[in-house]
Each structure stands twice: as C-alpha cells, then as structure tokens.
Design a protein around this ligand. Structure first.
Ligand SMILES: [Zn+2]
Ligand SMILES: [Zn+2]
Length: 430
C-alpha cells in the first residue's frame, strides 16, 4: 500500500507587498472630512461670486511653457519648483504652479481681454516641487480677479470687498485689511536704489545678501531675527511712490472707507509680491493669521505673453480656512431622517421608499448594510436625526412604517404610502 503523503501546507507570506501605485511624496489625498469643508468653502465662494457677478473659469492645469528661466525668476518663481513633464514628441509641459498666472494666461489666450474688464473666479489646484526633500505639494485655491479694462482703483476695492465679505460669511471674526503699494515701473527703481543704499553696509544673512543682488524686495520675507530688525528700519515704499501710484492707493482707501471696511496701511511689503504693482493687500484675522492675499499685477501679462493687461486678483488661504472651518463643521448626514429596517422584505421595501424621499427632496440616511437594530438606532442617534423611520418585518407585510421622534422617543405607526407627507409635516412644525 502506498503510504499517504502528508499534505504540504502552502506557505503564506506575511510580508505585505509594496503598493505599486502610491501618491507622490508630500502630495496629500483630500479625504471626505476635509472635502466636506472644502465643498462648503467653495459653495460660499460661488454664492458671493454670483452676487458680485464673478464668473467661474477653470484654466488648463497643463501648460506648454516657453517662458525662459530668467523670466520665471522675474516673477519671483524658482523654476526648479515647477513640475515639468515631457510629452511624447519631446515637448516640455508644466503643471499649473500659480493659479493667478494661469488665469491671466487663459484670459489672454482665449481673447477674453478684447471684451473689456471681466470678473472671474477659480476653484482649482496647483502643483509644486517643494524642493529640499524632493516632496511635492498639491494645493487648492479659490481666487477672484478683475482683469482687463483700466487701471481703476474701484476694481482693487471691489476685489478686496469680495474676499472680505466672503470671509465674513464664513463667520471669521476680527478681520483686518493690511494694505500697501509696491509702486510701478516709474517709482520702483528709485525705491530700489534707496533700499540698496540702506542695506549696503549692514550685515544681513547670507541669503539676503544674495537677494540684494537679484531681487532686494525679497529681503522683507526673511525669517532671520537680525534681518527682521534691519527691515523694520528700512526705507518704506510709501515715501517713494510717484503721484499716480500715490493717488491710486488714496482712491482705493477712500472706496474702502465708503464700504466701511477696516484697513490699516502697513509700511513694509506684504509677502510674495514679485510680479505685483501698485496696491497689495492681505486680510488677516487676529489669532488666525493671513486668510487672503492679493494685489494688482499690471505688468504680469507682458512677461507671460506680451500683452499689458491691467488686473487685480486675490486668493484665499484655503489651507488655513479648512483648518479653521474643520473645528466647526458637522459630520456627514447630520440632522437627516434616518431609515431603519428589520428583515429582508423591509430591506427591499426601503429602496423605493428612499427614492420617494429623494423625489420630495427630503434627505434620508440609511445603513442598509447593517443588520443589527441596535447598531442602526445608535447610528441614528449619533447623527442627531430628528426622526427615525423603522420598517420592521410585521410593518413591511402590512404596508406600514413606524415614525419615531428621536427626541421624545414617541412612536406612531403610519401607512408607508403616507410617510413622506407625515415626515414633511413633522419637520415643518419643528
Ligand atoms: Zn508709481
Ligand atoms: Zn536674511
């Protein structure tokens, strides 16, 4: 008799396989909790944009760039931070880096500049190579711009007003507009000279010494303690403005006063402003920092495609706003009617009933994949459902359903055919 060979147990590997597809280092997925906040932020922005007559535009995220590295530096952008892809025919394509630049590119390329000033807003991501640790960053942006037309300070005031009102609608408190001017081609060289003269014999950090040669205005971004102290005593641009720039700022401030917006003229530069001209501003909240930035950029069009286009734009600090709004956001499905079922027949009958609620625009949440009654009741209570509908086996056979007031616990049996109307009545009387 042939001996029976013992079955060879197959070895099961416990080492997890490395995922073949993974997100790029630093590029973050936006998960449902954060998306919910992002959606409500966008919905508030769309609402305010609608009132002030801004139309949404979505510039292509992939651009064929013929801008020289030297021009990117003029824009204050390190070309190494731009993510570049090689197309099949060898073309170099760049992923959107700065939405304000993409907006202006799209505006002129599509001939929108021929029809006078236009109010546009965007809700769009940008991509960048963060550098040091070869990490990549995707950021969402919501921005508003008035592009084309004249260099009229009414547009500056209107853009500032739009972002300010939006932040107010988001219930952000203690808002203050910081405003300044970075001059024009006429007055900027004079100021640059004064600045270089001031820093000439001072000992600023290594990086600032480099900045003094390439772009001295960038010195105001330095985080070094000694440099910050030196910057505090540096000459201010307001004293070097030409009469056009000075009047532009004065008129903008007068409009802000008419709009009863709180502002403060700050003496030094405001942030990332290389391609800006004249008015620059940010909206800050005490304790929460910068919530929006913006300014005029009349010369940007010349650099990116040879057209001079007066324009003013502002964009929100979406990352900060998500952080602030997450603290107050509600969980998904909160406050909706909750449908509970017991047994297979009730599960089936729940489906057309949910559709009936949808047609009558009454939001319903269910957990049809969950069999336990207590788990379903617990979910209803966690979501603070005002009303729970319980479709038991007996009720399903008799074409009835139990309507439970989740606050008092009082239950009533009603025919399924009348439940939508009954729920509507109850919600109205709440
Ligand atoms: Zn000027
Ligand atoms: Zn420095």
């Amino acid at each position: 008799m042939t001996p029976i060979k013992p079955a060879i147990k197959k070895k099961i590997s416990v080492t997890p396989k490395k995922n073949k597809l993974s997100s790029a280092k630093g590029a973050k997925d936006i998960l449902p909790d954060e998306c919910r906040v992002l959606d409500s932020l966008h919905s508030a922005a769309a609402n305010i944009a609608g009132f002030y007559n801004f139309s949404r535009i979505e510039p292509a995220p992939l651009e064929s760039s013929e801008i020289e590295d030297a021009d990117w530096e003029t824009l204050g952008i390190d070309p190494k931070r731009i993510l570049t892809i090689k197309g099949s025919n060898g073309d170099l394509l760049s992923l959107r880096f700065d939405p304000a630049i993409s907006l202006l590119r799209s505006f002129t390329e599509n001939g929108l500049h021929k029809t006078g000033p236009q109010r546009l807003y965007y809700f769009t991501p940008s991509f960048k190579d963060v550098g040091e640790e070869a990490a990549y960053k995707t950021e969402y942006h919501i921005g508003f711009g008035i592009l084309g037309g004249n260099v009229d300070s009414i547009y500056d005031a209107q853009v500032i007003n739009t972002v300010y009102r939006l932040l107010g609608r988001l219930k952000l408190k203690d808002l203050m507009i910081h405003i300044n001017s970075v001059g024009c081609m006429v007055c900027r060289p004079n100021y640059k000279k004064r600045l270089l003269q001031y820093f000439k014999d001072l000992s600023c950090c290594k990086e600032c010494k480099r900045k003094l040669e390439k772009n001295p205005f960038r010195i105001f971004d330095c985080g070094d303690k000694e440099c910050i102290a030196l910057c505090a005593n540096a000459p201010i641009f307001l004293d070097s403005l030409c009469s056009n720039c000075s009047n532009h700022l004065k008129n903008t401030l007068e409009f802000l006063e008419e709009l009863k917006l709180p502002y403060m003229v700050v003496p030094q530069f405001i942030g990332d402003l290389d391609y800006r001209s004249r008015t620059v501003f940010k909206v800050v909240s005490e304790g929460s920092g910068d919530l929006a930035w913006g300014g005029r950029h009349d010369y940007l069009g010349e650099i990116i495609n040879g057209h001079t286009i007066p324009a003013v734009q502002s964009r929100l600090n979406v990352e900060k706003l998500i952080e602030l709004m997450r603290e107050t956001s509600t969980a998904s499905g909160k406050g909706r009617i909750f449908l509970i079922y017991v047994g297979d027949l009730a599960k089936r009958k729940s489906l057309p009933l949910i559709e009936e609620f949808r047609e009558k625009r009454l939001p319903v949440t269910e957990s049809l994949g969950e069999d336990s009654l207590s788990a379903q009741l617990q979910a209803a209570s966690q979501l603070e459902a005002p009303v729970a509908l319980i479709l038991g086996q007996k009720e399903a056979h008799e074409e009835n359903i139990i309507v439970r007031d989740m606050e008092t616990g009082i239950q009533e049996i009603v025919p399924i055919s009348k439940v939508v109307e009954e729920v509507r009545k109850r919600l109205r009387s709440n």
